[in-house]
Design a binder for this molecule. Sequence first.
Ligand code: DAH
Length: 337
Amino acid sequence: MKEKLNQIREEALAAISAENADLEQIRIKYLGKKGELTAVLRGMGALSAEERPIIGQIANEVRTEIENSLSSATQALKEKELQKKLIEEKIDVTMPAADIKVGKLHPLTQIQRRIEEIFIGMGFSIAEGPEVELDYYNFQALNIPENHPARDTQDTFYITENILLRSQTSPVQVRTMEKQKPPIRIISPGRVYRSDAVDATHSPLFHQVEGLVVDKGITMGDLKGMLETFAKTLFGDETRLRFRPHHFPFTEPSAEVDVSCFVCGGKGCRVCKNEGWIEILGAGMVHPFVLSNCGIDPEVYSGFAFGVGIERVAMTKYGIDDMRLLYENDMRFLEQF
Ligand code: DAH
């Protein structure tokens, strides 16, 4: 019987350590109810009283050995499976991700932000004003008298006699000067409205950036220098400026300002319509009446102001020949910027 037990032990241990061993099957074969070891134990009744405890002990040892061997083999198998899983299911975090489609800013927004950046860089801050405005701020305080043609209902959307959609960003000058004492250095970007029919260069809604500087001893030279820095930063270092005398009721003297065409450098081309120059803004020295309307003493302070058309700048910079393209939201157009 001893030999039989030793044989069972050797066979079982060998089976367990064999490659791809079916451990459950081995457990049933040796330790199960109808297993080989169980069969030996059942036969113990036939043994003598001296032999029984000796064989019993050996049988227990064999059982424990097989059990331990099975459980460490099971453990090892689990470990191996885990390792395999870890290797197989590894995620390669260096693999390039699928493209995320991000949109981009509308060309007008891009230009507006660029203009803001340039002026913020020169120490300006940004002021805002309402689009639904009082006649007083849009016209009266800006030295535009009752019968001035700019008030014509053909140009301005009136809501009531005194309330309108602002036709320019200039009212923000007045609102700023009423609230803030000099030194003042602001720009104010935003929408403006005019009762114009839509065509290649007109839209009832468009955008301007107003600028205003008020302090002691501000001169036309300061205006020129600042606008030159602005134009060179936006259109390139070779850009030149041309000031043409003009009339605005709220500035004296006033000028319309052209930039040399950045495409042909002033020789004349399609973009500048053979002029060599492109008009982008109006400017001037703030009229003394406007200063005193806002409670600022024109004997002590002076200032300059300007108004830039954002569409004008965008069309100039990108060579866009029809303003309507900016509002139609055709992706094939917008994707180019
Ligand atoms: N508000 C004027 C316009 O819409 C533009 C303008 C011209 C603004 C001269 C100014 C300025 O501040 O000084 O045509």
